[in-house]
Design a protein around this ligand. Structure first.
Ligand code: ADE
Length: 269
């Protein structure tokens, strides 16, 4: 008997739901940690005894670095986008973040992505230096397209996977994350950030979330606060002053999160 078009559609929806629920019940085995700065990444590499991958899973010539290893029951892949070939500084920002996320997901097929790094925090939302946040939502604050609907596309606000048991168990704050390609904050950025009820501000999160959604991989966002954006210190100065110490807080949060994930499936997080 031939199936009617709407019966075929129902079957496809059922299949998609079944696939989603199967992956929710599968014990997480491969995780992909994306960290933009070497200073943030190396403590985590050392902590989990990860080794640099000599057989590149990435195209020849790209600066992206993969560290990997086994920790407890998990295959951990940590990707650092490397340094700019001309200027020698870390490849921070949304362009590199989305490229490495895309290439890493295709090559490594992770069960879960963790985007970890430092962020600016808003004291008006309860953020203090050294706090580790788990993002509940992400958005962009520097993509302004004042045309109906394109305005919403530019902001790209979306809810992200924010595991409730992890939040209950670990000492993490929760809040909305806003992403842009600048460390400082222009008055336009500030208006968007305030309108979005943002707690923390970074340079990669929403880009990683976009690619994770595109490829249907769950992603969580752990950000440790290096500078108080609505405080009185110049951001770049405060960021550089706190980077190394806050990186230790970030490392601690990542270990707690990875330990919590170990042995669980997505629906238990
Ligand atoms: N990373 C650390 N601090 C930041 C800030 N204030 N803005 C964007 N990214 C950051």
């Amino acid at each position: 008997m031939a199936l009617h078009e709407d019966q075929i559609q129902v079957t496809e929806v059922e299949k998609a739901m079944e696939t989603a629920s199967t992956s929710e019940k599968k014990t997480i085995s491969t995780i992909l940690i994306i960290i933009a700065m070497q200073t943030e990444a190396l403590p985590v590499v050392n902590r989990f005894h990860l080794s640099e991958d000599p057989d590149d899973v990435f195209p020849k010539g790209v600066p992206w670095v993969r560290y990997h290893g086994i920790y407890k029951d998990l295959h951990i892949n940590l990707i650092w986008p490397g340094k700019d070939s001309l200027l020698g500084v870390d490849n921070v920002g949304t362009v590199s973040a989305s490229l490495v996320t895309y290439a890493s997901v295709l090559a490594l097929k992770p069960d879960l992505i963790i985007n970890a790094g430092t962020a600016g925090g808003f004291k008006a939302k309860g953020a203090c230096i050294g706090d580790a946040f788990l993002a509940s939502d992400v958005a962009f604050h520097d993509r302004r397209i004042p045309i109906p609907v394109f305005d919403l596309y530019g902001i790209g606000a979306r809810k992200v996977f924010c595991p409730s048991n992890m939040l209950k168990e670990l000492n993490l704050k929760v809040g909305k994350l806003s992403t842009g390609d600048s460390l400082d904050m222009s008055p336009h950025d500030e208006a968007s950030i305030l309108a979005n009820d943002t707690s923390i501000k970074d340079m990669e999160g929403a880009a990683v979330a976009y690619v994770a959604d595109l490829l249907s991989v769950p992603a969580i966002f752990i950000k440790a606060v290096t500078d108080v954006v609505d405080g009185d210190k110049p951001t770049a100065e405060e960021f550089l002053q706190n980077l190394v110490t806050v990186t230790a807080a970030l490392d601690h949060a990542i270990v707690q999160v990875v330990d919590f994930i170990n042995g669980k499936c997505l629906s238990e997080l």
